[in-house]
Design a protein around this ligand. Structure first.
Ligand SMILES: [Zn+2]
Length: 158
């Protein structure tokens, strides 16, 4: 007797844009899976011949296909003389992984009204916090003056 089983997936939070391709891959993999009623579920690490996870194979996998392109994109950032904490902050901003009010709300963490604490005008997003906030713009101008450079205004971080 053949049983038709259907996946009913639900998620705790909405997906970030950067996660959506992974979600689509996951759905494709799940759709291709064959469920055997009489077999025990097992975990299999596909990137090692033994089927067992180990750090070395995970590192190799990440280094070979997932991080390579991204890593090269950020080479200039990692090679700056900025403090590592500043580099990581910029990297997280470029990934939209800073804990802005918008990201906290997307994760289901209620935060006041989500309005920027500096200007109290707009929602605190990554782009607003670094580029569009009128209060922060004044700080950037002071930094530009101090450093003697001309600030290039962009509307999007990435
Ligand atoms: Zn603001």
């Amino acid at each position: 007797m053949k049983m038709n089983l259907v996946w009913k997936l639900s998620w705790r939070r909405t997906w970030f844009e950067w996660e959506k391709p992974m979600l689509e891959d996951f759905h494709i993999q799940v759709a291709q899976s064959v469920i055997h009623k009489d077999k025990q579920d097992v975990w299999v690490w596909k990137d090692d011949k033994s089927g067992c996870y180990d750090v070395n194979s995970a590192y190799t996998k990440l280094n070979n296909d997932i991080l390579r392109e991204e890593w090269e994109e950020y080479t200039k950032l990692w090679n700056t003389k900025a403090l590592p904490t500043a580099q990581i902050c910029v990297w997280r901003a470029l990934q939209d992984r800073l804990t802005t009010y918008e990201n906290l709300q997307n994760r289901g963490i209620l935060v006041n009204n989500g309005i920027c604490v500096f200007c109290s005008i707009q929602v605190e997003t990554n782009n607003h916090l670094f580029l569009n906030c009128v209060v922060v713009a004044r700080i950037w101008k002071l930094c530009d003056k101090w450093a003697g450079i001309q600030f290039v205004n962009h509307s999007m971080i990435k």
